[in-house]
Design a protein around this ligand. Structure first.
Ligand code: AMP
Ligand code: MN
Ligand code: MN
Ligand code: MN
Length: 298
């Protein structure tokens, strides 16, 4: 059966535009991820690894073999008014020079940041912090905060990953090193210059007041973001409905994603909270994705 992308966002099924692979902090290789997505009846997906598109070509190739339409993407870390924000880039075209340079910088910032996180965690008693995080990452090259979180658990300094973030790695804690990220506006402009679309990832997950979240969406729209993820993983239904109204009033587009990282957790490719009833335009209806959609559904 050929893929048909629905006209309404709230009629979407078998679509997932936010997932991770071993190119960042996911547990599955790009091929394994697409295999799992196919097994879960996902028909169209985006690979959105943190600050890299390195897994994309492998995922696209796997998608061609398995009949899953794979849209290249990335989840870009940036900063807005002192808060670390994630921006989903959906990239139907080859990345431009600014995005390529931007992602190279992000990789360098991440490498530097990991050294600093390790240094700070040594101070709270995690000896050989870098090596321990590296051991958690295994085959993966790119270390991230989740690897440090698992290292803290393994060393018995905290009970679980949640507590590791809460005590040591989350916003404002000792292991939260964020000064390197580009501004929201810079990240949006790299994506725009690459012919892609920029969206605010999981707006409900930054622990912002409603007022501050609305300001974030307004600033993001002014900076060239076309919309936001209306549904990300599991979220509060009331807040989801409220977010739908906020996006409606601004005529922003909506996207959907599981933010899947690893099997065994609560989310799986293509599965997330019910989509609130809404007339906001789905991101796949954006003119910049028209060609990709035509190829995917043709
Ligand atoms: P980084 O990209 O290195 O800043 O790490 C951020 C990643 O850590 C997110 O993309 C999530 O995968 C993970 N993460 C953030 N907060 C938490 C949390 N409270 N519990 C578990 N994982 C988290
Ligand atoms: Mn992650
Ligand atoms: Mn994120
Ligand atoms: Mn993510």
């Amino acid at each position: 059966m050929p893929l048909a992308l629905p006209e309404r966002l709230d009629a979407a099924y078998g679509l997932d535009f936010h997932m991770h692979s071993t190119a960042s902090d996911g547990a599955l290789s790009p091929t394994e991820l697409v295999e799992l997505a196919a097994a879960r009846d996902v028909q169209a997906m985006a690979l959105t690894d943190h600050d890299t598109i390195e897994g994309v070509s492998e995922a696209v190739a796997a998608g061609k073999r398995l009949g899953v339409a794979v849209l290249p993407g990335a989840e870009i870390s940036c900063q807005w008014r002192g808060v670390t924000i994630h921006m989903v880039a959906l990239l139907p075209k080859r990345p431009g020079a600014a995005l390529t340079a931007g992602l190279a910088d992000q990789a360098r910032f991440r490498a530097e940041r990991n050294v600093e996180i390790a240094r700070r965690l040594e101070r709270i008693g995690l000896t050989d912090a870098y090596a321990r995080a590296q051991a958690q990452a295994g085959e993966r090259e790119a270390l991230g905060r989740p690897d440090f979180a698992r290292a803290l658990v393994e060393a018995g300094l905290v009970d679980d990953v949640q507590s590791a973030f809460k005590k040591y790695l989350g916003a404002g804690k000792t292991g939260d090193v964020k000064q390197h990220w580009p501004s929201l506006g810079d990240a949006a402009s790299w994506i725009d210059a690459s012919g892609g679309v920029a969206l605010i990832a999981h707006p409900l997950r930054y622990k912002l007041t409603r007022k501050k979240m609305v300001t974030l969406l307004d600033d993001a729209q002014a900076a060239g973001c076309i919309g936001a993820e209306l549904v990300s993983g599991f979220q509060n239904p009331d807040r989801g409905r409220d977010l739908a109204q906020i996006l409606t009033r601004r005529e922003m587009y909506g996207s959907l994603g599981s933010d899947f990282h690893a099997p065994g957790g609560p989310v799986t490719p293509g599965r997330f909270s019910p989509i609130p009833r809404t007339a906001i335009a789905p991101v796949w209806a954006h003119p910049r994705l028209a060609e990709w959609c035509a190829a995917a559904t043709g």
